[in-house]
Design a protein around this ligand. Structure first.
Ligand SMILES: Cc1cc2nc3c(=O)[nH]c(=O)nc-3n(C[C@H](O)[C@H](O)[C@H](O)COP(=O)(O)OP(=O)(O)OC[C@H]3O[C@@H](n4cnc5c(N)ncnc54)[C@H](O)[C@@H]3O)c2cc1C
Ligand code: SF4
Length: 483
């Protein structure tokens, strides 16, 4: 089987047998749980679209020649990367949340390239192992989660200097046929909706940190693996009868803390073991690939927010005002700027020694630094144009109340012909994206996901060709000898 249907994916998730806790309770089926269900549905949409829009959502595997989901594809041209960015925008438009599968897609592309480089340097066999793992992922249409970020304890200390060694995932024992690891990976997007966990180091490492320079894959159901689901603002609205106020009734993002409590990793699933000089390179490549992805997914969510803002202006009779049009134009300008830089970093991508293609790293970092800012400004403008009712509105359920329902229907209605229900639903969607469960992805993840802003500043400073910019300036003004 190369392409699963949405229903086949959801059943595969129910049968996974992984250990998941939500608010202290172990969950039997992630898609059927009221809190985690929308997250599973967002991931499932990547399967649905492969069936409905194969021209964008599928690709040809370079390993088998079979048609596979583009989320499991290794990019082999700049066109492939451009298609990825366009696909992610489309998914953002469809779900208005983090649909999760791109983190694993960017991780497989990064580990694919770096295992090749490690083999060249150390005469190891990681790349062939990784290709086998990849074939398994592609042929089963599985999702691998990208598990990079450690808990990190005292951030001023390297992994080997931490008082509690488990603050960074590390090797505790080498055994026959593999090794045993311990630690935790935090914030993992879509972890509970993934079949496999692809684990990578979280930072550049030195010789003392050899035991932390480890990359591998294990099934989500591996012994010793536990998922603890992350809370999101307003998530318990999903538990209310009829879920009237969730804003985005079908979809949601999800993250989890994943504990690896003495987990056995078989040798054939180990892709880095002690080659510490390559840890930083893997982090940088994954970060760059994922930073470009944000210029797809967040832009798609931006489209939804801009559309909802336009709709609320029409419902409230403000959309023809000059300042309304000006602010919507500003939102579009910011959103398209994000997409433009992502497309540029894809178009300027380069072939890696492994044969795969990676994004232009400087432009990827510029894209992500803009992402840490522009969605906040777009969100501010949406809140400006929506009005204070965004945060003071009664429940949609109140419209049905025998005593107060009439008041709600009367005073929450918009201009003539617009019902309270229509207006309140649009407002709830805006609220979801800028303040509710959707804001996890649209706003805070825009700051920290794929690395906090300072990480992009460091990379931009490192990658920009300042020597040539300086010599252009000095040549033009006729200055010599200024060293
Ligand atoms: C919604 C969401 C989804 C995510 N999904 C994934 C995922 O799928 N997989 C994954 O691996 N990770 C994921 N991440 C993690 C993301 O990569 C991290 O949040 C990011 O790298 C920042 O790490 P942190 O959250 O631990 O912040 P911290 O490291 O605690 O940083 C907080 C602040 O401290 C600063 N700081 C950190 N260290 C130092 C230092 N040594 N000196 C000075 N200042 C410092 C930072 O610049 C920042 O300003 C996700 C994060 C979010 C929010
Ligand atoms: S933040 Fe965007 S790019 Fe990353 S996993 Fe979520 S939807 Fe995909």
């Amino acid at each position: 089987m190369t392409l699963m249907t949405k229903d086949e994916y959801l059943s595969s998730l129910k049968d996974l047998g992984h250990r998941v806790f939500i608010q202290g309770e172990q969950v039997a089926s992630v898609p059927d749980n009221r809190i985690s269900g929308p997250g599973a549905m967002a991931m499932a949409e990547t399967y649905e679209q492969a069936q409905k829009a194969p021209e964008l959502f599928t690709a040809e595997s370079h390993l088998t020649g079979e048609t596979i989901n583009r989320f499991a594809h290794i990019q082999h041209s700049t066109e492939d990367i451009i298609k990825k960015v366009v696909m992610l925008r489309e998914m953002g438009r469809r779900t208005a949340c983090c649909f999760q599968r791109c983190a694993g897609m960017d991780a497989i592309n990064s580990v694919y390239a770096i295992t090749y480089d490690i083999d060249q340097e150390y005469d190891t066999q990681y790349h062939a192992r990784f290709r086998d793992f990849l074939k398994y992922i592609q042929q089963n249409d599985f999702v691998p989660a990208a598990c990079m970020t450690d808990s990190k304890g005292d951030r001023s200390l390297s992994p080997s200097r931490q008082k509690d060694m488990d603050q960074y995932l590390h090797v505790v024992e080498e055994t026959k046929g593999g090794l045993v690891v311990r630690g935790a990976k935090l914030h993992t997007t879509g972890g509970v909706n993934s079949h496999e966990l692809l684990v990578m180091p979280t930072r550049a490492l030195g010789a003392d940190d050899r035991d932390f320079a480890i990359a591998f894959a294990v099934p989500a159901s591996a012994k010793g693996v536990t998922f603890v689901y992350g809370r999101q603002p307003s998530d318990t609205r999903r538990l209310e009868k009829g879920r009237p106020d969730v804003g985005n009734p079908c979809f949601g993002g999800c993250e989890s803390l994943i504990v690896f409590d003495d987990v056995f990793v078989p040798e054939e699933r180990i892709f880095m073991k002690g080659e510490y000089p390559f840890a930083g390179r893997l982090v940088e490549l994954f970060a760059a690939n994922h930073r470009t992805s944000y210029g797809g997914c967040k832009v798609g969510v931006g489209d939804v927010l801009i559309g909802a803002t336009q709709a609320i202006g029409q419902a409230q009779g403000t959309e023809k005002a000059a300042h309304f049009k000006d602010k919507v134009a500003e939102m579009i300008h910011l959103n398209e700027t994000l997409h433009g830089v992502a497309l540029a970093s894809a178009a300027m991508g380069k072939q890696t020694p492994s044969g795969s293609f990676a994004v232009d790293q400087l432009l990827a970092n510029v894209c992500k630094l803009n992402i840490t800012r522009f969605p906040f400004e777009i969100s501010r403008l949406a809140q400006d144009l929506a009005g204070g009712i965004l945060v003071t509105m009664p429940s949609l359920e109140d419209q049905k109340h025998p005593e107060i329902g009439g008041y709600i229907r009367k005073y929450m209605a918009g201009r003539e012909g617009v019902t309270s229900d229509q207006r309140m639903r649009v407002l709830r969607l805006i609220e979801n994206i800028v303040l509710g469960t959707g804001a996890v992805s649209y706003l805070t993840e825009s700051i920290h996901g794929a690395g906090s802003p300072q990480a992009q500043k460091i990379m931009i400073t490192r990658l920009a060709d300042m020597a040539s910019a300086r010599s252009c300036a000095l040549r033009l003004c006729g200055v010599e000898g200024l060293d």
